[in-house]
Design a protein around this ligand. Structure first.
Ligand SMILES: *Cc1c(COP(=O)(O)O)cnc(C)c1O
Length: 716
């Protein structure tokens, strides 16, 4: 296999464990803790320093450490066990896909996304959308789906978050060293490198294609930071969501049009094209252009493309949908529409959306128009999306608008605490992951003895408390501040987690609305409550940054200090710690703006009940015994009224239901049985139905398989 030259800089690896490199270059290790252990055991400190990145780890590890483990029989037997698991996975002939679709040919599903959240060491994601794409590739790999994923390799990724003395968010971009990324240059069938060309106004821009192996699924990432591009164009893919509109449209042209060209050069000819959100929607133009170039008239070409395309929308806020002014689109596409055999007006109509300030070219409109399969990401969001896009389907009532929904899920293996996995193995049998989405097997969770379960939960909370103290200490050291004069968190206190992007609709500060009431709730003698906050605001979102600052200030106030903390730098690693270590997961979006939300699913999978507004996925899961609802399922006259109603409901449930369950109903050994039953019910109801396995099986059945079948009957 072709590797980056820098690999020559690897510490020489003893022959016996040379295959650690194979492991490092396949992100399979990301969701196999036993594989991570192989690296960690060599040098724990270095494993932390390299932020759990095996590629940089292998570059920096000391030769002597490698020699030591290679001579250690215990290590070697672990090594062989992991490698044979890895090989069995990669070579498996039988997979979920072959079992369910035994007649599947070599059709390919191309999955496009602007961000992929796969591991903390690869910061090419910003939030839920990216995490979803990352989970999509991992689960597609587990299920053996013939999927290829396409996106961007942003050399500076998404920003790193620091708070200054006043709690104001600072964004730092670090150029990451490609030598530390498990990427290899992608190759054409005859071994050449893959560079694609795309026209932008007055110039051609080049993107080099890299390949990252995610289990069985290849992820192709384009990078424009390469030689013949102008310095400005080299910056184009530098940052995720970093630039202005001009840069954004350029990025999306590279993603959609360049992405199709990249696949062609790779010799990959997908039958199905899945656009995960509007950023990649230009791909439909390129697919149409290809057919027009072969002599197919535009209308027919467009129809054929439409039959093979799937569009998933994620944005219930109209302003959140990407749209560009017509004059900008004209500057970028005036040479392109003749190649489609259409004129300016016909072209602009493809994405036309009329807004108060004039018409724009909306990526969601383009994607919806060119797809036969369209969906929102929860039942409620499907309904919201049908309302938002009703105008696109004249003559149809809202309920007839052809946008369905598939509710999001999470890739269980990526988010489950290893300590709980061990419990699951014991009670459901070692092959439970083969039946991940089968609700029956999950009922065995009830058999876990409560004292054992409680022991695990306490361990996880203690570890989280240590993690938080450590992070806060580091921040204070960084900004030259003395350690906090109060104790930060208690190990046995009821711990609430709130972590997500700080978009204002998520109402991070809602719980502080009646501050005196909150203080008294947090400080009941013998019944303490503490809250851990984390999350990034978009660098251009000042209201979001003000929310962070507000919470930071509150966390220093008497009555809240020590009980409320804000952690910098929310990312995948921190999400993993939080969703398994807290006691409840708080979610307070302004209904109905949360399309799905997935962090509550991660928490529930770990036996951490969701405490949430009935928005996104939660109305589908909530059964009165697996968590708590905040507020009512209705529309409000004003936002103030909605906030006030929701927060009263929040305090009431916390005080009347949650606190007594957690603290008062304990047995002589301190085990809160009723509480743990709720935690178990959360696992039993959420783990199967909101798994990525269930989700991808739905996509397969409802979208991919029909589109594949359709392509066969059309003959390509
Ligand atoms: C899961 C996750 C998200 C998405 O969570 P929501 O509930 O959709 O807000 C965002 N960021 C990170 C790092 C995550 O792990």
């Amino acid at each position: 296999m072709l590797r980056l030259e820098s690999e020559l800089l690897f510490t020489p690896i003893p022959e016996a464990i040379a295959r650690l490199r194979d492991l490092a270059y396949n992100l399979w290790w990301v969701w196999h803790p036993e594989a991570q252990e192989l690296f960690r055991q060599i040098d724990r400190e270095l494993w932390e320093q390299t932020y759990h990145n095996p590629v940089s780890f292998l570059r920096e590890v000391r030769q002597r450490r490698l020699d030591d483990v290679a001579a250690n029989p215990t290590y070697m037997s672990q090594f062989h066990a992991v490698m044979s698991r890895f090989d069995a996975y990669m070579d498996a002939r039988e997979t979920w896909y072959t079992r369910h679709y035994p007649n599947g040919n070599h059709e390919k599903i191309a999955y496009f996304s602007a961000e992929f959240g796969i591991h903390e060491s690869m910061p090419i994601y910003s939030g839920g959308l990216g995490i979803l794409s990352g989970d999509h590739t991992k689960e597609a790999s587990d299920m053996g789906l013939p999927l290829v994923a396409i996106g961007f390799l942003y050399p500076q990724g998404y920003f790193r978050q620091h708070l200054d003395h006043s709690g104001w968010q600072l964004a730092e971009y670090h150029k990451f060293d490609f030598a530390n990324v498990a990427a290899t240059p992608a190759t054409t069938p005859d071994g050449g490198e893959v560079v694609v060309e795309v026209e932008l106004p007055g110039r051609t821009i080049y993107a080099k294609v890299y390949r990252i192996q995610v289990g069985r699924v290849p992820l192709y990432l384009m990078d424009t930071d390469i030689h013949p591009n102008s310095p400005q164009d080299r910056e184009l893919s530098a940052r995720l969501y970093g630039g202005d509109r001009e840069m954004r449209v350029s990025q999306e042209i590279v993603l959609g049009i360049g992405g199709v060209r990249a696949l062609r050069k790779l010799g990959i000819h997908p039958t199905v094209w899945h656009m995960n959100e509007g950023h990649s929607a230009f791909l439909v133009l390129e697919l149409t252009r290809e057919l027009v170039a072969q002599g197919v008239p535009f209308a027919q070409a467009a129809e054929r493309v439409t039959r093979s395309c799937i569009f998933t929308t994620h944005t219930p806020v109209p302003a959140g949908n990407d749209a560009f002014p017509f004059d900008m689109i004209e500057r970028f596409f005036w040479q392109y529409w003749p190649q489609l055999g259409i004129d300016r007006n016909t072209f602009l109509e493809l994405g036309r959306q009329d807004q108060h300030w004039g018409p724009t070219f909306a990526m969601t409109v383009l994607g919806l128009k060119f797809s036969s399969y369209r969906n929102g990401v929860s039942k409620l969001h499907g309904h919201v999306a049908r309302g938002m896009w009703e105008w696109l389907y004249p003559g149809k009532s809202r309920d007839e608008v052809p946008i369905t929904s598939v509710t999001n899920g999470v890739h269980s293996a990526s988010w489950l605490a290893p300590e709980l996995r061990a419990l699951f193995d014991t009670h459901m049998g070692p092959d439970w992951e083969d039946h991940l989405d089968d609700p029956e097997q999950w009922k065995k969770i009830y058999e876990i003895p409560n004292d054992v379960f409680w022991g695990v939960k306490r361990t996880l909370r203690n570890r989280l408390v240590a993690f938080v103290r450590n992070r806060i200490r580091h921040r204070l050291e960084r900004i030259n501040q003395p350690p906090a004069p109060w104790q930060l968190l208690e190990e046995d206190a009821l711990t609430i987690g709130f972590a997500r992007r700080f978009a204002t609709y998520k109402r991070a500060s809602l719980i502080f609305k009646d501050i005196e009431r909150l203080k008294s709730l947090l400080n009941r003698p013998g019944h303490p409550i503490q809250i851990i906050f984390a999350g990034k605001a978009h660098p251009a979102d000042n209201p979001g940054k003000l929310l962070i600052q507000e919470i930071h200030h509150l966390s220093l106030q008497p009555g809240l200090a020590g009980r409320v903390v804000f952690l910098e730098e929310y990312d995948i690693a921190m999400a993993r710690e939080l969703v398994k270590g807290v006691d409840i997961w708080l979610n307070t979006p302004r209904r109905p703006y949360e399309a799905s939300g997935t962090s509550g699913q991660k928490a529930s999978l770990n036996g951490v009940p969701n405490f949430s507004v009935l928005d996104g996925w939660w109305p589908e899961a909530y059964n009165g015994r697996n968590g708590w609802a905040i507020g009512e399922e209705r529309e409000f006259y004003s936002q103030d009224e909605q906030d006030w109603n929701d927060v009263q409901s929040l305090y009431h449930t916390l005080e009347q239901t949650i606190l007594p369950l957690f603290y008062e109903q304990r047995d002589g050994a301190g085990v809160p049985h009723e509480w743990l039953n709720i935690c178990k019910e959360a696992i039993v109801t959420v783990a199967p139905n909101f798994s990525f396995r269930r989700m991808l099986a739905d996509y397969m059945r409802e979208f991919y398989a029909p589109a594949i079948k359709d392509a066969e009957t059309v003959g390509g």
